[in-house]
Design a protein around this ligand. Structure first.
Ligand code: GLP
Length: 234
């Protein structure tokens, strides 16, 4: 793992954004894995600030809530449109369909899609319990894209985007740990003290599915970008 620690969240975002920008620039075709949550928002603003040319970039997102149509204001489809896609045109963008009639079949379709196009660089955040995408503690190491139950702590952490806890979906379709590990390169960004314990386990624990992000230690090309607070338990 290549670990970089910046002073502030903005500095960390700028470091990760610059790395992504360098990888994307000058390529004929590029497949960029994108993430949701608060962490990538500052980076997506940097894409817009620089009017980054993504016309040759295909994006694939990690996950989507089950039960929310793409037009739902809290869906990850809507989030991505609002934070990035409405301003920066991509060649193509893919997310799992959370309103599919058969979520298991949709997960299988998405896995096939991600495998067939191959992710050049996957951007990740991390949950307070160490989850990546929606791979909650205990997820199998060889998990492909699948339907998952969200833990109460994850629903609670994401509640701020919804009117009430009852509105937070209980399930999601998520790339699995194996799907994510298949990306050629991974960049994970974590900022703030809320992430410090998960970051400590990700970097310093013996890899364990109790802290799913610790699995990234086994990937050959991972860059972890932290601010001082997120690095404070290491
Ligand atoms: C959700 C997403 C994850 C994200 C996590 C942390 O659970 N599925 O991909 O990393 O939230 O979000 P935040 O960046 O808002 O702390």
């Amino acid at each position: 793992m290549n670990i970089l620690v910046a002073n502030t969240p903005t500095d960390a975002e700028e470091i990760a954004y610059t790395l992504i920008k360098e990888r994307v620039a000058g390529k004929r075709d590029f497949v960029l894995g994108l993430a949701t949550g608060s962490t990538p928002v500052g980076m997506y603003q940097m894409f817009k600030r620089d009017r980054l040319d993504c016309s040759h970039v295909t994006s694939v997102n990690l996950d989507e809530y089950i039960g929310l149509a793409p037009s739902h204001p809290q869906s990850y489809h809507h989030f991505m449109e609002e934070k990035l896609f409405n301003d920066i045109p991509f060649k193509q963008s893919h997310l799992p369909h959370g309103d599919a009639a058969d979520p298991e079949a949709e997960a299988a379709r998405y896995e096939q899609l991600v495998r067939s196009i191959g992710v050049d660089l996957q951007l990740l955040g991390i949950g307070e319990n160490g989850h990546i995408a929606f791979n909650e503690p205990g997820t199998a190491l060889d998990a492909k894209t699948h339907v998952t139950e969200l833990t109460e702590s994850t629903r609670e952490a994401n509640r701020r985007f919804f009117d009430s806890i009852e509105d937070v979906p209980t399930q999601a379709i998520t790339m699995g740990l194996d799907t994510i590990m298949n990306a050629r390169e991974i960049v994970l960004v974590a900022t703030g003290t809320r992430k410090a314990e998960a970051v400590h386990h990700m970097i310093e624990s013996v890899p364990t599915i109790d802290w799913p992000a610790s699995i990234l230690q086994a990937h050959p090309s991972v860059t972890i970008v932290l601010d001082a607070e997120a690095a404070s338990a290491c």
